[in-house]
Design a binder for this molecule. Structure first.
Ligand code: UD1
Length: 439
């Protein structure tokens, strides 16, 4: 007997959540215990994201296998995009007849594929369940609510997820607190990420203390880091490869003088007034140090549509001469933009940033693990644990708050994060064990 599972990816934030699951399934299959049912997995890409930088680059960086099926759905309005995925994925399910469908996150593909499966009575597992911003204007909030309501196995990253699901009447036997799967990818790839040449390509130099061995040219050795966290859980934790991960990834001596930014939420970039307010704050910040901004296609389109190009410098590649932003004062008070980055380059830049400005969900979690100050350009978060245990602070689109929080970072008024419970790099292993045991 073999179990047949389909894993779904659609958009950029899905890829790093599925890669650890595929590795965990492969490990399960190779464990060689006669009591374990072998799992045959297929990867379906809906095609919600299709640009090289938004999709293929992540397959390369995360060493994801090529999708077994690509639905080629592409962009569109919400109803159109969700509907197309629903129609195409139903055909796949009717043909393949899987025993289980695994969806991750909160994008339109997540909802569409879980809906197609549940209507055909195919069990659905939702990874990253229970997150709630309580803002129903966010398309992701609707996707989260509906996907959780129809899923059979709900894997939560933190205890608030369990509480939210309990309040919505989801039976507790369906809910499993397993930790944050993005952290699996982060811990697994961090060493590799530190070796990319993105810092050099941007003309960013690490302090000489970090240049002692070839391996540390682009990132500090663990001995350069602050002492391991006092959290005994984190000390004991293993990364996915089963190696002890005793470092706490605080790059205290290695913070480079730049802010890294991501910005693409419709509430921020589709609304001219909101975007103008954010940009006002950002331009003030850019007087202190450069803001590096890999631009999402949606945001690039909106900057042009609103005629706001003069606040930005679009570099055609991420290779920027350092004097352009450190010495060339004429370029101060502009935001430095380039194409979206792959997973490893972005992780490397994030791990060395002085501060991160973002409206993404996952980056709030990654900065918490990396202990990098995170200023979130939203008024809500579905990840409140990053506020209570991490480095995250919400500033919405308020220019004064943006500037004030950056200033705090510049004077060293920052919080030290504590890595949340079960954010240890073994979430995928726990999920696969639970799902395989149900057979
Ligand atoms: C989607 C997710 C969001 C996630 C984000 C990460 C939903 C509702 N939203 O938002 O949760 O944070 O991905 O990127 O699923 N485009 C391209 N090339 C691409 C992809 C998109 O040019 O490869 C452009 C298209 O013009 C498209 C627009 O970006 O209309 C938005 O793409 P879409 O997938 O609708 O939503 P995102 O804003 O990317």
């Amino acid at each position: 007997m073999t179990e047949k599972w389909i894993l779904v990816v659609g958009a950029r934030p899905n890829f790093m959540k599925v890669a650890p699951l595929i590795r965990a399934i492969d490990r399960h299959n190779h464990a060689g215990h006669s009591s374990l049912v072998p799992i045959h997995h297929s990867l379906v890409h809906t095609g919600q994201h299709y640009d090289f930088n938004m999709s293929d680059a992540f397959f390369r960086d995360l060493a994801l296998p090529k999708p077994d099926l690509h639905l080629g759905v592409g962009s569109g309005n919400h109803g159109e995009q969700t509907g197309k995925v629903l129609i195409e994925f139903e055909k796949v399910l009717l043909k393949e007849q899987p025993d289980l469908v695994i969806v991750v996150g909160d994008v339109n593909s997540t909802l569409a594929c879980s809906l197609a499966a549940v209507k055909l009575h195919i069990p659905v597992a939702h990874v990253e369940a229970g997150l709630r911003s309580f803002d129903r204007k966010m398309p992701e909030e609707i996707n989260r609510l509906l996907t959780d309501a129809i899923s059979d196995y709900l894997f939560t990253p933190s205890p608030e997820g369990d509480e939210n699901l309990a309040k919505e009447g989801i039976p507790p036997e369906k809910v499993f607190l397993v930790g944050d799967i993005m952290v699996d990818s982060l811990l697994f790839h961090l060493d590799q990420a530190r070796k990319t040449n993105i810092l050099q390509r941007l003309g960013l130099k690490l302090p000489t203390s970090d240049l002692r061995s070839p391996a540390s040219v682009l990132g500090p050795q663990s001995s350069d880091l602050r002492p391991p966290t006092t959290d005994p859980m984190a000390r004991r934790s293993l990364n996915e490869a089963g190696r002890p991960s005793t470092i706490d990834y605080r790059l205290s001596t290695s913070l480079l003088p730049y802010a890294l930014m991501t910005l693409h939420r419709p509430a921020n970039v589709d609304d001219k007034q909101a975007l103008e307010k954010i940009v006002r704050g950002l331009l003030e910040v850019s007087a202190h140090f450069p803001i590096l901004f890999p631009v999402h296609p949606r945001t690039a389109k909106q900057i042009n549509a609103f005629g706001m190009e003069t606040s930005f410098i679009f570099h055609s590649t991420p290779d920027i001469r350092p004097e352009e932003y450190f010495d060339g004062k004429i370029l101060h008070r502009k935001i430095h933009c380039f194409q979206p980055l792959g997973y490893l380059d972005f992780l490397n830049l994030m791990a060395h940033a002085k501060v991160v400005l973002t409206d993404s969900g996952g980056i709030q979690e990654e900065t918490t693990v990396l202990n990098i100050p995170c200023i979130t350009l939203r008024d809500t978060t579905e990840r409140p644990i990053t506020l209570t245990e991490g480095t995250n602070v919400l500033v919405h689109n308020d220019p004064e708050k943006i500037v004030a929080e950056v200033k705090k970072v510049l004077v060293g008024d920052t919080r030290v994060s504590k890595r949340p419970f079960l954010w240890d790099g073994r979430t995928a292993e726990r999920i696969v064990a639970i799902l395989a045991n149900r057979c």
